[in-house]
Structures are given as C-alpha cells and as structure tokens.
Design a protein around this ligand. Structure first.
Ligand code: URA
Length: 208
C-alpha cells in the first residue's frame, strides 16, 4: 500500500470548505497551505529520531532531534507553490527544489522545462508537492527526474488524488508513498478530478 488518505477531522473540514464553488482566492489559498501543513505532519510521522544532550535550565538534559536524511521540498510549478508555505511552516529548514513540468499538447507527454534542484539531492528525502494528482503524468515525470538526479527517497503530498493518478504513480514508482487529503471518484473527459476542486492553480493564483 503506497497511498495514504489522511482522514483527519481538520482535513475533512478544510477540504469541505475548499470544494465550495464560491470560495474566494484568499480562502482557497489559505486552506491549501493549511491542508499542506497537516499532510506534512502525517508524512513526517515516521522520521527517525536520535538523542543528544543540551544544557537545560536545570543542567544537562537529553533531548531528541530528527536524524538521518535532511529534506528537500519539491513543488511542481505552478500549483505546487500553493502548498509550499504550509509545508515549510513545519520544516522551515528544508531546502526547496523547484520543478516545472508541462504537457506537450501534441504528444500529450509530460516534459520538464525547469529543474532547480539542491545539489545534495542524493542525501535528502524529497517531498514532492502538487495539489492535484489527476492522470499522474506530471508526478511520474517529476519522480523520474528526481531519481535520475540521484534521489533515493521520495514522498508525494497532494490535496486531492484521482484513482487513475494513484494507479499510474504506484505502477511506475511503487516505492513512493502518496499522502493525500482525499481519494476522489474519477477523472472527467477533460482530465479534471471529480468532484475535485476545479483548477487548483487558477484558484491559488486568482487567474482565469
Ligand atoms: N489539475 C487541476 O488543477 N484540477 C484537476 O482537477 C486536475 C488537474
């Protein structure tokens, strides 16, 4: 099982607000960051800890810190930017590797037009963020690219996922865990997730 639908009450509530047709740009934007933050909490739940000693107010005290790999957050442009602050609010020291992926309208294949990756990618856990996992084309392309660049551990955080997108990612990259606030019903004939959120990029950026 490589997909985890996070059925936290706060997520259910916030997602319900995001699905409203009349939501404002401000509210959608804020909620995308908040849900991104809760997904981050869940996606980092199993990170290993190590003990170390500090000088506390009453003398030496044993405390814990996250050990092992550091994190790079990988927003898929443009919509992934809409979850970035929410993720960084919990892991403020994470480095950001921006990835731009677009679909060639003739071949319908996803291609990468921007790669601004951290140079120690092979030593970091990559957390890809993209609000909508629809066909899975962009996500698979992003994972392909990160692996080619040396990344060894990848998790994907999406607000809403279609079963078709989950299947595509699980088939191509069974080692990648997907964390989502909702597994929705299906894709429509235009590639929109149903019931979904509509065009998340437009709603985050206030375009259209
Ligand atoms: N991208 C979106 O923004 N929404 C969808 O429903 C599918 C892809």
């Amino acid at each position: 099982m490589t997909t985890r639908e996070i059925r936290h009450p706060l997520i259910r509530h916030k997602l319900g607000l995001m699905r409203r047709a009349d939501i404002s740009t401000k509210n959608f934007r804020e909620l995308a960051q908040e849900v991104g933050s809760i997904l981050t909490y869940e996606a980092t739940r199993d990170l290993p800890l190590e003990n170390y000693s500090i000088d506390g107010w009453c003398g030496p005290v044993q405390v814990e810190k996250i050990s092992g790999k550091k994190i790079t957050v990988v927003p898929i442009l443009r919509a992934g930017i809409g979850m970035l602050d929410g993720v960084l609010s919990l892991i403020p020291g994470a480095k950001v590797s921006a990835v731009g992926i677009a679909r060639n309208e003739e071949t319908l294949q996803a291609h990468t037009y921007l790669e601004r990756l951290v140079d120690d990618l092979d030593q970091r856990l990559a957390m890809i963020i993209d609000p909508m996992l629809a066909t899975g084309g962009s996500m698979v392309a992003a994972i392909d690219m990160l692996k080619k660049a040396g990344c060894k551990e990848i998790r994907a955080l999406v607000l809403v996922a279609a079963p078709e997108g989950i299947e595509a990612v699980e088939k191509a990259h069974p080692d990648v865990t997907i964390y989502t606030a909702s597994i929705d019903d299906r894709l429509d004939e235009n590639g929109y997730i149903m019931p979904g959120l509509g065009d998340a990029g437009d709603k985050i950026f206030g375009t259209k």
